[in-house]
Ligand binder design. Sequence first.
Ligand code: PSU
Ligand code: MN
Length: 299
Amino acid sequence: MIKIEYSSAVEQAIKNDEPIVALESTIITHGMPWPENLKTAKSVESVVREYGATPATIAVIKGVINVGLEDELLSELSESRNVRKLSRADLAHCLVKKETGATTVAATMIIAKLAGIKIFATGGIGGVHKFAEQTFDISADLQELSSTSVSVVCAGPKAILDIPKTLEVLETLGVPVITFGQAKLPAFWSSDSPFASPLSLDDAHSIAKSHKIRENLGIPGGQLIANPIPKEDQIPFEIIEPIVIEAVKQANQSNIIAKEVTPFILSKINQLSKGKSLLANIALIKNNAKLASKIALCF
Ligand code: PSU
Ligand code: MN
C-alpha cells in the first residue's frame, strides 16, 4: 500500500464523508512568484471552506504523498526552490528518491483518485502547445483526463496553447469539455474566446450528475469543466493574444523545452503584461475553487 499523509482537516472530512476539493501544487511552485503564490494558495483554500467543502492541497513531501497541507508545510513549499514538477511519469521516481515535488494536474488527479476525491480545482491545464506539429509538446494532463475519473475545474485552455488542437485531442481521447454557463469556450485570462465549447452545463448539480453517470456507464476518465473568469477580472482575448505570441517567441529563441516551457511562458507573460496576467490568474483560481466546492457538495 502507498502511504498517504492526510492533514487533520482532510482526515476528519473523509471520516465524516464530507465534501472535499483537491488542489494542485505546481501552480504554487512553478506557476506563480513568491509571495503571491502563498497568498493565493491560502485564499483559494479559504474560498473552498467558505463554500462548505474541505480543501486538500496535494504534494509530495520528502517522498511521502500529502493530501491536505498544514499551514507550515504550505509556507515551506511556497518558498522552496528546485522543487520537482511531478507529472504521471515522475511520481514513482520522486517517492523512490524521497524527494519533494509539486503535482501537476495529471499527478494531482492520480492522487485525488487514490484518496477518493472526485473534484479538483486548478487555474489552467496543460494542453497542445502552439507549433506542436514541430515540437510534439502535448501535456500529459490530456491523457490523464482520459483515464482518471476526477472532474477538473479550470478556466479554459490558456492562450499559450493551440486551443483548437487542444480541443481536437480532448475529443479524440473522449474527454468531455463542459463550459459552465455559456456557449463560448473561455480562454483562461479571457472569459470569452473565438471558439465554441463542445458542451455546456448551467449548474453544479448537473456537472456532478454527469460525473456519476459516466462512472455508472463504466467510462474511465474525468470531465474538464471550463469556468469563465468573471468579466470584471478578465483580460480580453485581443489584448492578451499578442503578449502570448511574444512570450512563446522568446521561449523558442531561448530553446526552452519540456517541463520548463509552461513556467517560462507564464512568467514572461506576467512581465510583459506588467503583472496584470497574475492578477487575473489569482481571480480565476478563486472563481474555480468556488464552482468546484459547489460541485463537491452535490456528490
Ligand atoms: N497553467 C497555469 N499555471 C500552471 C500550470 C498550467 O496557468 O501552474 C501547471 C499545471 O500544474 C499543469 C502544468 O498541470 O502546468 C502543465 O505543465 P506541462 O504543460 O509541462 O504539462
Ligand atoms: Mn510539455
